[in-house]
Design a protein around this ligand. Structure first.
Ligand SMILES: NC(=O)c1ccc[n+]([C@@H]2O[C@H](COP(=O)([O-])OP(=O)(O)OC[C@H]3O[C@@H](n4cnc5c(N)ncnc54)[C@H](OP(=O)(O)O)[C@@H]3O)[C@@H](O)[C@H]2O)c1
Length: 272
């Protein structure tokens, strides 16, 4: 499968890096980016073909990945529309807040489109991406897109594009909530007298261990929490403070705000 990436920034770098690490041939991967230094870096690091011409980059591709910033998406899509009209190819977008309907308008109505929402840990292969298929996307197209996305982490499919705003709020913005929690844990450790480096190490590795237990085991997070909370113990004392402050309500409100903002941005980039 030959894959063309439009935009050679962070997201493309992680997808191309992941695909190469999994044995994809460099000759099957082409990246288009307007910046020469960006192209040289990708050529040097991964041996892939890099071009300054978007239409030329997609000409021989079986799958196209659009990986430009949301505000650049209309122009990037328009630059390959004529080429896509010549032959059927599936197009996957990784841009936050760009709807399938808008992509179809820019790329041509017949183009099979998959809208995806990766998150930041994709840059180290530990991301989670939600994907939603538009009209005309078949099982083989889905499998091809999933193969590319899984180079950056796990993939979940959504049946309803309307859920993309919730996905953006939960997993797209989600790493920031965990970074905030790590910061708070580190600061609290320092306030209790721990050396700064020790406080950071404890906070970061506690987050990592808890995440791995939640991901790798079969127990739901609530059970894992109960298992580390003995009655009258230290964890119970901390959780009582968090529950009294309605930490769950605060998170619900914060994530609802992110979902509303996601919908607003999609309106701004495309047609309402
Ligand atoms: N990075 C993340 O953590 C993350 C997470 C989730 C989703 N995403 C999504 O992934 C997409 C890409 O993000 P990124 O972080 O990889 O961005 P990035 O590092 O800025 O890369 C985008 C690249 O595309 C180039 N470009 C701009 N217009 C173009 C055009 N018309 N044709 C070809 N290339 C063009 C840019 O060049 P210039 O610099 O000259 O503009 C830049 O090199 C975004 O839509 C974002 O929403 C990113």
């Amino acid at each position: 499968m030959r894959i063309a990436f439009i935009g050679g920034g962070h997201m493309t770098t992680s997808l191309v890096g992941g695909l190469r690490a999994r044995g994809a041939a460099p000759t099957d991967l082409t990246v288009a980016d307007p910046v020469a230094t960006q192209r040289e870096r990708l050529q040097f690091d991964f041996g892939v073909h890099a071009s300054g011409d978007n239409a030329a980059a997609v000409r021989d591709a079986d799958l196209v990945v659009l990986a430009v910033k949301p505000q650049d998406m209309a122009a990037a899509a328009a630059s390959i529309a004529a080429e896509l009209a010549r032959r059927r190819r599936v197009v996957a977008s990784v841009a936050a807040g760009i709807r399938i309907g808008d992509l179809a308008r820019w790329l041509g109505r017949g183009t099979p489109i998959v809208r995806t929402m990766p998150n930041r840990p994709a840059l180290i292969g530990a991301g989670v991406t939600a994907a939603c298929a538009g009209a005309g996307v078949g099982p083989a197209d889905r499998a091809a897109v999933e193969r590319v996305l899984s180079a950056a982490g796990s993939v979940v499919w959504l049946a309803d594009e309307a859920h993309m705003d919730a996905v953006t709020a939960v997993s797209g913005s989600g790493p920031a909530y965990f970074f905030l929690l790590i910061e708070a844990l580190e600061d609290a450790g320092k306030a209790l007298g721990l050396p700064p480096a020790t406080a950071r190490h404890l906070a970061v590795h506690t987050a990592l261990g808890a995440g791995r237990m939640a991901a790798e085991g079969s127990e739901p997070p609530a059970t894992l929490r109960e298992q580390v909370t003995s009655r009258g113990g230290t964890t119970a004392a901390a959780l009582a403070v968090l529950e009294r402050a309605d930490v769950r309500g605060i998170f619900a409100e914060a994530i609802a705000a992110a979902a509303r903002r996601s919908a607003e941005l999609a309106d701004q980039y495309g047609e309402k």
